[in-house]
Design a protein around this ligand. Structure first.
Ligand code: HEC
Ligand code: HEC
Length: 236
């Protein structure tokens, strides 16, 4: 029950700090229906804090877990590029990514909110030393074969943290269980709540069995990372 308790605690704090007072007692814990940021001046420190407050209850807590469509850690977003964060938020907003919670949140964000929040998560201070060009850990023969088959490095970068385009994600060091869920989502079809419409990753993920996607995810997660959880003092 620990994750559930944390969820309520976190959402309670997020609501109390970031959302209108009326949201604080929302038993479903649905975050982010009424961003308080609307009242604050655009671009001011307060407005950024207020906007990001609705994300912190999940993305800024170490080890925080989601339970849909299966239990997995919430992805690290601090350290992704702003362009990728914005692309992902827009994909939830327009329905290309079907995850219901993130859709509910993304549709409440304006274009300006998305730009502000994405810039904030990209700009968080880096606590990591710069990564080498090659992954610090070589994959075993099985994983190497799988990665070669779909040329993952040709888009996500030789160290899986330097994508060829800033709107593509860094994968190195991301949570293994999240990567597995994300990869399976690209394969999902005809499911209103689970799936990601992306031509490129859809065609790639469908070449692999779930067991293969899992070993790929485990390898990616084991690499040195620029991604991290950035805990707020009150969540430490
Ligand atoms: C209730 C918990 C929760 C809250 C609150 C929340 N998220 Fe998420 N977020 C998730 C989960 C779970 C996922 C994984 C969804 C999926 O599988 O596609 C996710 C995915 C994402 C992704 C995609 C990450 C990737 O690597 O592709 C981004 C970007 C993101 N969230 C940004 C935000 C922002 C910005 C906010 C605040 C405006 C926010 N989230 C609020 C739980 C949450
Ligand atoms: C042709 C370029 C390309 C290739 C090759 C490619 N990817 Fe991707 N990948 C992308 C793009 C673009 C996205 C973002 C898609 C989206 O918006 O959902 C992505 C997203 C992902 C994600 C989701 C990350 C997240 O944070 O949610 C994972 C995991 C992933 N790719 C793994 C792989 C693996 C593993 C391979 C090789 C088997 C691979 N990719 C090959 C372009 C590529």
């Amino acid at each position: 029950m620990k994750p559930l308790f944390t969820a309520f605690l976190a959402l309670g704090v997020a609501c109390a700090t970031g959302l209108a007072h009326s949201q604080a007692t929302n038993p479903a814990g649905a975050p982010a229906q009424q961003p308080a940021a609307a009242a604050a001046g655009a671009g001011s420190a307060t407005s950024i804090e207020a906007k990001v407050a609705m994300c912190m209850g999940c993305h800024n807590i170490r080890g925080y877990q989601a339970s849909f469509p299966e239990v997995h850690k919430v992805p690290m977003i601090a350290g992704q590029s702003a362009k990728y964060i914005a692309a992902a938020l827009n994909a939830y907003k327009n329905g290309d990514r079907k995850h219901p919670t993130m859709r509910g949140i993304a549709v409440s964000l304006t274009e300006q909110d998305i730009a502000t929040i994405s810039g904030y998560y990209e700009s968080l201070p880096k606590e990591v030393k710069p990564l080498g060009d090659k992954p610090g850990r070589e994959p075993n023969a099985q994983v190497a074969g799988l990665l070669q088959k779909a040329a993952c490095a040709s888009c996500h970068g030789a160290n899986y943290s330097k994508p060829i385009d800033p709107s593509y994600p860094k994968l190195a060091g991301q949570h293994a269980d999240y990567l597995f869920v994300a990869l399976k989502a690209y394969k999902a079809e005809n499911n209103p709540a689970v799936g990601r419409n992306n031509g490129v990753m859809g065609a790639i993920a469908k070449q692999f069995s779930n067991a293969e996607l899992k070993v790929i995810a485990n390898y990616m997660a084991s690499l040195d990372s620029e991604l991290r959880v950035h805990p707020e003092p009150r969540f430490r």
